[in-house]
Design a protein around this ligand. Structure first.
Ligand SMILES: Cc1ncc(COP(=O)(O)O)c(C=O)c1O
Length: 385
């Protein structure tokens, strides 16, 4: 029998990151600046909360919406940090990572053919997940505005079909972020055109140069924003698969409807560990941030000396650098650097349209300092030929 997968799925390419890293697997002595996840293990008090949950026999499903105490803690945390009120009963849903939050939000909101506007370069899932939901994803290039969406760029991209704007800051793959006054300008256009915003702020706690502003705190945005966050990056909890969304009651209910037929609930021990992260995780986050800042400063300085051009990363743990001065495309650079010097970086084309990103690579500095130094030395040798 010939198995046929759906036409729609056949039109979706595999993730450019995974494709490249399948090559890396099995190679020895590689320094990877590729996969975007913390190199730290989850802080011990958070692990202990998960272990303790298991020891006490918490191994069951939870309510679809998530454990009440975690929803209360999220509500309390956001109120304290951003002075924003989300009711734990109506406005918060616990998800299996930020990834599920984005997927549910798209599926709960779009009708076939609705446009989802995605500033690019961007996180690899946004475009394809929107497409899988039957929406029409549309990239908004940001290269000419220092990799930041502007109100003008957004206005130009909007059509009658536009329904959703996706924001992500600090951003993957560039590390750039928005200040409040920049967000206000975008918000004005959002309101004018009646868009809904999915704001993926998973790197909010990794903001190094200025305080993070939550998009839903911009006047008139709360009622049209789905705030998506999770524990993977700030608390080094990628494997726990735990995240959350906050938003208007109707959207949260819609998302929960899909969630209850698909995921059912997020893992109970991860939910319990997440509460510990919110209540007592701050000092560990600060310690990891100090290390990320040290690495960011070092890598940007070395890349600058080697004449790489890049937008200055204000958060997250990525640098999106042009390799144009080497005469190679981002893809050629990445493959040759891997084969000749055993350093893995990701070709920029994985993060959006091939035309705009072909001269770029993404460097991720979630690697211990000494290894980062060696990687930069290898890049320097590579450039010398
Ligand atoms: C912008 C962005 N959103 C979401 C995710 C996935 O997060 P999670 O592990 O919470 O599903 C990532 C992971 O790299 C990311 O960079």
């Amino acid at each position: 029998m010939k198995i046929q997968i759906s036409d729609q799925l056949q039109s979706i390419p595999p993730s450019g990151i995974r494709e490249f890293f399948d090559l890396v697997l099995g190679m020895e002595d590689i320094i990877s600046l590729g996969i975007g996840e913390p190199d730290f293990v989850t802080p011990w008090n958070i692990c202990e909360a998960g272990i303790y949950a298991l020891e006490r026999g918490f191994t069951s499903y939870t309510s679809n919406q998530g454990i009440e105490s975690l929803r209360r803690n999220i509500s309390g945390y956001l109120s304290k940090r951003y002075k924003i009120k989300y009711d734990y009963k109506d406005n918060i849903l616990i998800t299996v990572g930020t990834s599920e939050g984005y997927d549910l939000a798209i599926r709960a909101i779009v009708n076939p053919g609705d446009e989802v506007l995605i500033p690019e370069p961007c996180y690899v899932s946004y475009y394809q997940v929107a497409k899988l939901a039957g929406a029409k994803p549309k990239y908004i290039p940001t290269k000419d505005s220092n990799f930041k969406l502007t109100a003008e760029g957004l206005s130009r991209a909007i059509t009658k079909k536009s329904r959703i704007l996706v924001l992500n800051y600090p951003a993957n793959p560039t590390g750039v972020s928005f200040k409040e006054n920049e967000l206000k300008k975008i918000a004005k256009v959002v309101k004018q055109h009646d868009l809904i915003v999915l704001s993926d702020e998973i790197y909010s706690e990794l903001s190094y140069d200025f305080d993070h502003t939550i998009f839903s705190a911009i006047p008139a945005m709360k009622e049209r924003t789905v705030y998506i966050n999770g524990f993977s990056k700030a608390y080094a909890m990628t494997g726990w698969r735990i995240g959350y969304v906050c938003g208007p009651k109707d959207i949260i209910q819609g998302m929960n409807k899909i969630h209850q037929y698909t995921m059912l609930c997020a893992p109970i021990m991860s939910q319990m560990a997440a509460s510990e992260a919110l209540l007592r995780g701050e000092s560990a986050v600060k310690a990891m941030n100090r290390e990320y800042i040290k690495r960011r400063n070092y890598v940007t300085e070395r890349l600058g000396q080697l004449k790489f051009d890049f937008p200055y990363p204000e958060g997250a743990f990525y640098i999106f650098a042009s390799v144009k001065h080497t005469g190679l495309s981002g893809k050629e650079f990445s493959y040759r650097l891997l084969n000749e010097k055993k350093v893995a970086v990701v070709p920029g084309v994985a993060f959006g349209s091939s035309e705009n990103n072909k001269d770029y690579i993404r460097i991720c500095y979630t690697t211990e300092f000494e290894k980062l130094k060696s990687a930069l030395d290898r890049i320097e040798q590579f450039l010398k030929g």
